[in-house]
Design a protein around this ligand. Sequence first.
Ligand code: AGP
Length: 612
Amino acid sequence: MCGIVGYIGLKKASPILIDGLLKLEYRGYDSAGIATIEKNGIKTMKDKGRVRNLYDLDGINDLEGTIGIAHTRWATHGKPSKENSHPHMDGTKTFAVVHNGIIENYQELRESLEEKGYKFLSATDTEVIPNLIYDYYKNEEKNETGLLKAVSSTIKDLKGSYAISIICKDLPDIMIVARKDSPLVVGKGINEYYVSSDIPAMLSYTKQFYLLNDGEIAKLSRNNVSFYNINLEDVSKDLKDIDWDVSSCEKDGYEDYMLKEIFEQPTAIRETIGSRLKNNEKVNFDEINFSKEYLKSLNHIYLVACGTAMHAGLAVKPILEKLCHTNVTVDIASEFRYRDPLLDEHTLCIYISQSGETADTIAALKLAKSKNAKTIAISNVIGSSITREADYTIYTHAGPEIAVASTKAYTCQIILLSLLSIYFAEILEIEDTKFLNSLKEEILLLPKKALNILNDTSKIKNFAHKIYKEHDMFFIGRGSDYSVSMEASLKLKEISYIHSEAYAAGELKHGPIALIENGITVIGILTDPNLVEKTVSNLQEVITRGAKVLVITNQEIESKNYEEIINIPSANPLISPVLSIIPLQLFSYYISKEKGLDVDKPRNLAKSVTVE
Ligand code: AGP
């Protein structure tokens, strides 16, 4: 969703700001803009459309300021337009502000400012912020302290979520930033500081970052940064070294980030397994130390997440349930948070989020904490908001995921949660050690098997070419193959805009088979030897009714009028989703390419969904 960039230093700010916005494009947006402090005051340039359009704006190259803020907007209040684009200024043009999040009480604040004579130019919630800052600032000393006080008073008035970056024409040597429930990091250079919604956008400038917590304010000058709480009391903060390299955030010769990320899966899986699993040893998680008594006391485990991360939860439910002998429920975060789930100290809640910034997932986590349930965050982004809320955090090591459509994060989440299930089982001592060891051996083989699938993508590419003009498809499977069907169907919708449905194969006859007609494509996933015959029968039923069938399988199956069979390496069904999803990620990718769509930035979608 919206992205923020800021720069204060000795260099011209505008190229750095636009470059940062380009790197944040993947988050999803509809307008872009920048503001710098020039000799004669603050200059803003903004419009709806792509970040690149900023290069064409008259006067953009004349901006000389060495301090500035920038923004990509994903419309919430007010349509995409120049007026609604950020940065927004107050009526006197003293302040420019960029904002990510939603100000829930903006209407009330706007009305009270309008009563005082303030005029508004946009339909946004954000515009109240610069005006409110001005309203407080006008009564303060025109110095850093006065500005800090005005900002502190302003954010105390705001309800909702925000990451904001503020520049002031009277004080061209400082920038103020603040956050609550919206991501913001401060990068440190030499005689310069960077502000960004996420670390990858600034990695080509610095690898040292301060991570702001909720309710914190930072004051940046060219050679210093100070942190405060909302009452302007000093806060001390450590500088974090980030070991992601710049190339991991670039396309590296691939046509799109999504393709690169699909092909990175063997490495990402290996990295996620890392030192947690070694030959002939028990699984190890330094991040948590649960006792046998605690695990035995659990009567329910929840896996809570959104979208693909929720599908990763569905894929691991069977292994977690089997190995821990406990009820496991997978919940959509936006449902969980509003349905008063049964939670207490005997409940363990595991929250899965690639970005660690998904508003509903964070809110669902806070709910569990308020009811004394223990919480674990599974995230891919170091220091992300969810990791600061959870009792425990375990990181996937997928590396930065830039494409909106999640691929490597999904497979790494499944790996990590499968390992966690084995870790619990080894503490509980209720599963057969031989079985656990065989699962561990299989997990260690997954990177190689994933590579094997990626070594020949011709069949799936050809099939995508045959059917890319279709409008409806079905994905079917049983057990863990059903959970993969759901993820495959989501991928297809997201990047190819083709309508598709995922069904448990056994459910077809209970309604959806009415939709099967001549020529429709059905994709069957068959990796569970105990269920394969049953799904084969379901596939025959759709073939009889005219469907074209693509099969993804690791079983020996007779070719019974299938259009295509993609064979993948064998794996225990408990972990097979890690492999069976790969050809289906490629399937969506190739269809999207055939249709000439923007694979990495599909319409209407955002990489991290920071509003509910
Ligand atoms: C995945 O392809 C989607 N773009 C989306 O469903 C995503 O998985 C979901 O928004 C959750 O994101 P998170 O993992 O960052 O919390």
